[in-house]
Design a binder for this molecule. Structure first.
Ligand SMILES: [Zn+2]
Length: 317
């Protein structure tokens, strides 16, 4: 293989930031690694996404304890991807919340996704032995939306539509206009779209922006501290997705095979997006899924550790 598989060449430690967005909202970010959101009410704390392992999650807990001694009562999973779910046990939360569709995806493909993501991200999973056996199971599920009161603070939990996965969930603080976007929005980081719905994602972003967010914790990349930064991140995510799907769709319409479509799409997108974190990691997965969707395959095919490597050999070998 000419390029190291997935994130295998990504060995450099990242610098963590823990930023205050409002009286109740914090962002734990690390230069393009998966982010964790922290919401603090008068009675309890909610964590939005949990890091890849309990070892990594313990650093989040250390930061939380610098700003509050309230218990972490809730973990919210924005979606099922292992790299943000498998740290959950470290928080010892009373409840783990996810949309019903996310629960169903964990049933359907959680085991395969766990093995696949551990294979892709050796640095993030270097303490993989700290992950408990089995999967992380939500204890509360919801359809559409639900509200949690953390004590003088209502958190609105919303499934706005398909995008990064079938079942992405956001957390919204309406009074403070702070949004925890999960992987629906990335900033200075490449959107992973291997499990995406390219044709739905832009409309889901429309619904997300209709809430009127003025601050945001994206899935990866720095916290967005004002409406202008929010707009820039959402516009960038949208442009990447539209550019990629348009290019792949044109290739499919012209009868080209996956490898040719990949080569053409990579060459066209590289000048504009190459500096976004995990660009080389994401592109083969993103183009493979876009190729399927353009060919009428409605739901993303399940990635397994074996399928990951086969695909990489085909496109990058
Ligand atoms: Zn994800």
């Amino acid at each position: 293989m000419s390029k190291a598989f997935a994130s295998h060449a990504d060995t450099e430690e990242k610098t963590v930031s823990f930023e205050k967005l409002s009286d109740n909202a914090y962002a734990y970010t690390a230069q393009g690694d998966p982010n964790t959101g922290v919401i603090i009410g008068d009675d309890a704390v909610m964590v939005v996404d949990t890091q890849a392992t309990p070892t990594m999650a313990r650093d989040v807990i250390r930061r939380i304890r610098e700003v509050t001694d309230k218990p972490v009562k809730y973990v919210l999973l924005s979606h099922y991807h292992a790299v943000r779910v498998l740290g959950a046990s470290a928080f010892e939360a009373e409840q783990i919340i996810a949309s019903r569709e996310t629960y169903n995806l964990i049933v359907e493909r959680g085991e395969q996704d766990k093995a696949s993501e551990i294979g892709r991200f050796p640095r993030l999973f270097r303490d993989v032995e700290s992950v408990p056996d089995g999967l992380t199971w939500p204890t509360i599920t919801f359809d559409g939306s639900m509200t949690i009161d953390l004590g003088n603070l209502e958190v609105h939990i919303l499934h706005l539509g398909r995008g990064h996965t079938k079942a992405d969930t956001v957390a919204w603080l309406p009074d403070q206009k702070v949004l925890f976007a999960g992987d629906l929005v990335e900033y200075q980081t490449t959107p992973y779209a291997g499990d995406a719905y390219f044709r739905d994602w832009p409309q889901t972003l429309d619904r997300l922006m209709a809430l009127g967010p003025e601050k945001m914790v994206p899935g990866r990349g720095p916290a967005l501290m004002n409406a202008r930064e929010v707009h820039t991140a959402v516009a960038g995510t949208r442009a990447f997705l539209n550019d990629l799907y348009d290019l792949v769709n044109q290739g499919v319409a012209a009868g080209k095979d996956l490898k040719t479509v990949y080569r053409d799409t990579y060459a066209a997108m590289q000048p504009r997006y190459k500096d976004w974190v995990i660009f080389d990691h994401c592109m083969p997965f993103d183009v493979t899924r876009a190729f399927d969707e353009a060919n009428g395959i409605t739901d993303p095919r399940i990635w397994t550790a074996e399928r990951d490597v086969e695909m990489w050999k085909t496109l990058e070998g």
